[in-house]
Design a binder for this molecule. Sequence first.
Ligand code: HEM
Length: 282
Amino acid sequence: MAPAPASLTASRALSPLLAPARVSSGRWSSLSVSVGARPATVTVSVAALTAQRRLVAAAAATEMAPAASGEEGSKPFIEEMRAVAMKLHTKDQAREGEKEPQAPPVAKWEPSVEGYLRFLVDSRLVFQTLEDIVDRATVPWYAEFRNTGLERSEALKKDLEWFKEQGHTIPEPSDPGTTYSSLLEELSEKDPQAFICHFYNVYFAHTAGGRMIGKKVSEKILNKKELEFYKWEGNLTQLLQNVRDKLNQVASSWSREEKDHCLEETEKSFTYSGQLLRHIFT
Ligand code: HEM
């Protein structure tokens, strides 16, 4: 595993100082307690405080160095997330899949433009919600996932404009999209580990199975046109690896219970994304 980029390590180390009271258990919370425990009567200048924060941050960065690589004597957390997700596929979807099929295989889908448009509109809402949440970063470390290069809402906006130019009516978001968007908003406030599970699965699913689906649909109903939804600026493999590294770093401060809680959310993520996919084949 490559060492953590210096900027990320520094911002991780600072996060506890900026975090709200509801910090997860583990190294970061004990750090913020010691800072907060400074006697209230002591007067410190802003410069002194800044210097003190730097010292604490530097000490924390040194102390956390092994965990920052995502290794804690076991495999990186992202591998656990991927393993759980892969098992939830069916055999016809992916080699590592273990689930019984509940829907026809992608090769048998008979998509319509109307259904595909409903999928694209709901997907745009979901991606826009994820992007807004990390931009707002009400939990400080959500900010690590801003501008990853995986963002899809702008690309989808362009695609929907293209469909409109072709004379198609763009529908309003429908129940699967609005329901998923509300759930993401709620989890992002109340349950950060569950939120991160959805964040990972939505983005990574789209770059894997999602791309395969896009290609098949395009062959069948769009005369092989490649939508912006399936194009990324830069090297996608590298963009994905950067996000994997950040996920490992963020999760390195989670307790085992928080990690397990995140993994347990995977099934829900498949259910909600599955509802969006149903637009294409029903
Ligand atoms: C018809 C539906 C789907 C198909 C055909 C499909 C197919 C695939 C395939 C072929 C892979 C790559 C396997 C590999 O690396 O060897 C993959 C990876 C993955 N899929 Fe799916 N998938 C589908 C639905 C979903 C859904 C609904 C989710 C979750 C919301 C999901 C989450 C993931 C994740 C997280 C990965 C790992 C990506 C990575 O490691 O880069 N997939 N999928």
